[in-house]
Design a protein around this ligand. Structure first.
Ligand code: A2P
Length: 267
């Protein structure tokens, strides 16, 4: 497994399983168990997903030692207290601490929740803290307000949503940009350019889209509940896209290299 080094010295595995929209219960337990069996060591959940208990059950059932799995959850930004919500998450997950705790979105402004996130880390509830869905302006504000910099900004990022301005802003601040929806929630798998590059590489479109992120230094958390796809999405460390293929994929960007995290907000 390859890792991204975080500003606080911790290491984030470059591949994880995302469980957004995986219903709590059997479906989520099975997806996480399958991923752990297939060698994934990074699971990404959130308070808003409502499936932390299933993630916790799968972790315990898997028999994989806790310290070998990187677990992320996210503060539901509609609530008030990141510390109290983290304590609830830990109870649901059945763990003593999470590896990464993110502000899920900048509702009510980007900076107000950060002191609570820092307290969660100081109390040992989370090893690393960061943000999600933060644009470059939001990052500036949270950095100005806090005593530590967010270690991670998890955003919607793919070849079609390249957001080069935001990637540059993260690099400048030593923040690791992590990609959610690296397959465009499945929509980019049918892209003709991606298919052509995949065919030439003898790979699948999903593998090409994920590999493109890795070659930009961006960790990925593709979501799937199907064993063959979970397996397929992990086979991305044994090939390299040429400079030409990378450039062709870069050119798919529809965000005009934006430094914003989202085209519109849901809160
Ligand atoms: P499913 O969960 O039914 O397997 P993203 O990670 O960008 O949000 O994309 C997730 C979507 O893409 C899900 O609908 C998932 O479906 C689908 N998906 C994930 N991996 C693959 C794959 N390797 N091939 C085809 N579809 C995939």
């Amino acid at each position: 497994m390859e890792f991204a080094k975080l500003v606080d010295g911790n290491q984030l595995p470059m591949l994880g399983l995302g469980v957004w929209q995986v219903p709590d219960g059997r479906a989520c337990v099975d997806a996480v168990r399958t991923a752990l069996e297939l060698g994934y060591r990074h699971i990404d959940t959130a308070q808003a997903y409502g499936n932390e208990a299933s993630v916790g059950k799968a972790l315990r059932d898997s028999g994989v030692p806790r310290d070998e799995v990187f677990v992320t959850t996210k503060f539901y930004a509609g609530r008030k207290d990141p510390v109290a919500e983290a304590e609830q998450s830990l109870r649901k997950l059945g763990v003593d601490q999470v590896d990464l705790y993110l502000i899920h979105w900048p509702q009510g402004g980007p900076a107000w929740a950060w002191p609570g996130m820092e307290r969660a880390r100081e109390r040992g509830l989370a090893r690393s803290i960061g943000v999600s869905n933060f644009g470059a302006d939001d990052l500036e504000q949270v950095i100005a307000a806090g005593s530590v910099t967010p270690a991670v900004n998890q955003i919607n990022f793919s070849a079609v949503e390249y957001r080069r301005g935001l990637l540059d802003a993260c690099l400048r601040h030593d923040i690791v940009l992590e990609a959610y929806s690296p397959l465009g929630t499945g929509r980019h798998l049918g892209n003709a350019r991606v298919a052509e590059i995949a065919e030439r590489a003898g790979r699948t479109p999903a593998q090409v889209l994920l590999r493109w992120c890795l070659q930009h230094g961006v960790p990925v958390i593709p979501k799937s509940t199907h064993r063959e796809r979970i397996e397929e999405n992990a086979q991305i460390f044994d090939f390299t896209l040429s400079g030409e293929d990378m450039a062709a994929l870069d050119a798919l960007d529809k965000t005009h290299g934006t430094d914003r995290a989202l085209e519109s907000t849901w809160w």
